[in-house]
Design a protein around this ligand. Structure first.
Ligand code: ATR
Length: 284
């Protein structure tokens, strides 16, 4: 019955560009779940009020995107451990007793895309994480949980990278620095967690960070290459992928939290990009 479908939404500002309604509608069709999922453009000062209205009216859950992820953290009655570590919430779910659970599925989405879709084992590998904002913070603990040899966080503003590394120091081999301090070090995985791609910019990491076998993963996505994946290819990197897989996988994790069933992601990823699950595959 259409009228009784459970309601979900993605909350952002702006949010019109979001692909989440498309992704979740495919998940719902595939798993035969009766739900609606819509866009909610909410200005920062109205976040709490609008969400309370949504949940009072029977809404079951939301995805939260920029610029609201720390506001959602404050709104949740309880946090998952990964949301607490990420310092941000991208998924809110109403529980049986009416309380709000805050989760963060971004890191799990990245790790799932790397390990399963791309068939790239993180264990014992060296990782360069570019950026020290919220996007970088969200993926550190899930990556460290897979026991990489080391993670170096490099950021345009070096102090932010050093401070971020200190937050997670107890969880694994982690250090923070500025771009120039990277020197000639080469990494097996380079992840771009800066917002530079969104403005068409290239973070000023040394070319030496990339070898032919380096996987270059840009958490940003768009049509074709991002500035970083294009540059990595020019440097001779065989595998350079934008973050479509992370987008779909974090959505699948949210869907599972809400509905208790994890949808298959490969058909949805293929519908978005033409990318199919294959080791070392390219997103193009
Ligand atoms: P988010 O929550 O999306 O990570 P943020 O907290 O504003 O957003 O962080 C943005 C990140 O992108 C930061 O690491 C920022 O570097 P600074 O800390 O030096 O500002 C990085 N960034 C943005 N534009 C960049 C650019 N053109 N080159 C390199 N890094 C950039």
């Amino acid at each position: 019955m259409k009228g009784s479908a459970d309601q979900y939404a993605v909350v952002g500002h702006p949010v019109a560009h979001s692909l989440s309604p498309f992704i979740h509608s495919l998940f719902a069709r595939q798993t035969e779940q009766s739900l609606t999922y819509r866009l909610m453009d909410v200005a920062p000062e109205r976040f709490t009020e609008r969400l309370q209205e949504f949940f009072t009216a029977g809404g079951r859950g939301v995805n939260v995107t920029l610029p609201h992820k720390t506001r959602a953290l404050a709104l949740a009655d309880e946090l998952t451990e990964r949301a607490r570590l990420a310092g941000a919430v991208n998924t809110l779910a109403v529980r049986r007793d009416g309380s709000l659970l805050g989760d963060n599925t971004d890191g799990a989405g990245l790790v799932q895309d790397l390990s399963v879709n791309l068939g790239w084992p993180v264990r014992d590998r060296s990782i360069l994480l570019i950026g020290a904002g919220g996007a970088a913070r969200g993926v550190i603990a899930p990556l460290l949980a897979l026991a990489p040899r080391r993670i170096v966080i490099a950021n345009r503003t070096a102090e932010r990278a050093v401070a971020l590394a200190a937050v997670f120091a107890g969880l694994g081999a982690l250090e923070g620095c500025g771009f120039e301090e990277l020197g000639g070090q080469r990494f097996e995985l380079v992840i771009n967690a800066t917002s530079a791609s969104l403005t068409g910019d290239l973070p000023a990491v040394p070319a030496a960070a990339f070898g032919a076998d380096t996987l270059c993963y840009d958490m940003a996505y768009g049509r074709g290459d991002t500035p970083l994946t294009r540059w990595a290819r020019e440097l001779g990197c065989r595998d350079a992928v934008p973050g479509w897989g992370m987008l779909v996988e974090q959505a699948a994790e949210s869907f599972r939290l809400w509905r208790g069933v994890r949808p298959l992601t490969a058909p949805v990823l293929a519908a978005l990009t033409g990318r199919t699950a294959m080791p070392g595959g390219s997103a193009d």
